[in-house]
Design a protein around this ligand. Structure first.
Ligand code: HPA
Length: 278
């Protein structure tokens, strides 16, 4: 039950287990979306910790993908990277998908970079674009903060007026400019999934102000903000959303686009990470 999972003691036990194995506290947390996990290969001198060995940590359900945390450095900054992430459509409650973010906070993380694959709703977008998330719509019908609030973790009614840091978006845009690259910037609608949306749902989301749609990120970001972590979110527009082009959506297409943009994505992220510190 959720209150159990998110108890302060459970988070501390998981954090202490990790801290015993690493030489220094990570400052930046990285959660990477479908096909964008390649950054894991660039973490230097990583300490690898299997999710299954961490007390109270959720376990990956995807076969052949034992989840693990990598703690090491990228361009001189100590980072913790989640290799494997938890989605609510897998059956995890919102508090379980966000538990790793609580643990990140407890081991020292101050800034979080979260990326995802998303369908483009804004008609001016194209598959392959990268979108800085300016804000989100939580359309999952769930919230990781329901239940009793522990004031040690954050306030009962957290402010979400700058869920996605203006400062970090400015840094990302400056890095983009140095690479002659322009990000899109827009609102991410997070749905439960796992089916892709209907064309009618996409028209509804557009009317509500969404520029892109996906099945992750919102619960992690809600918990990060509750915990006082500064967030940068980047969506890889892997396909145009349902009903826009005359073709069905598929996971294969999502992975194919991620494969195409990953070189560009890596170059940008490698320069953004060292610039994220306050
Ligand atoms: N909808 C929802 N999630 C997604 C999509 C989409 O079109 N593309 C990648 N993730």
């Amino acid at each position: 039950m959720s209150l159990q999972v998110l108890s302060y003691t459970h988070i501390q036990e998981a954090a202490e287990f990790i801290l015993k194995q690493i030489p220094s506290e990570p400052e930046v947390g990285l959660i990477l979306g479908s096909g964008l996990g390649v950054l894991a290969d660039l973490v230097e001198e990583p300490v690898t910790i299997a999710y299954e060995s961490i007390p109270h940590f959720p376990q990956s359900t995807v076969e052949g993908h034992a989840g693990e945390l990598l703690i090491g450095t990228i361009k001189g900054r100590t980072v913790v990277l989640m290799k494997g992430r938890f989605h609510m459509y897998e059956g995890y409650g919102p508090e379980m998908t966000a538990f790793p973010v609580r643990v990140m906070k407890a081991i020292g993380v101050k800034q979080l970079l979260v990326t995802n694959a998303a369908g483009g709703i804004n008609m001016s977008y194209e598959a392959g674009d990268l979108m800085l998330i300016s804000d989100h719509l939580n359309m999952t019908g769930q919230n990781p903060l329901t239940g009793a609030n522990d004031d040690k973790l954050g306030v009962r009614f957290p402010d979400m007026s700058e869920a996605y840091s203006h400062r970090l978006r400015t840094i990302a845009k400056e890095v983009g400019a140095r690479h002659n690259f322009t990000f899109q910037e827009g609102v991410y609608a997070g749905l439960l999934g796992p089916n892709y949306e209907t064309p009618a749902e996409i028209r509804m989301l557009r009317a509500l102000g969404a520029d892109a749609v996906g099945m992750s990120t919102v619960s992690e970001v809600i918990v990060a903000r509750h915990a006082g972590i500064e967030v940068l979110g980047i969506s890889c527009i892997s396909n145009m959303a349902a009903g826009i082009l005359d073709q069905p959506l598929s996971h294969a297409e999502v992975m194919e686009t991620a494969e195409k943009v990953k070189g560009q994505f890596l170059q940008l992220v490698l320069d953004i990470i060292p610039a994220m510190a306050e």
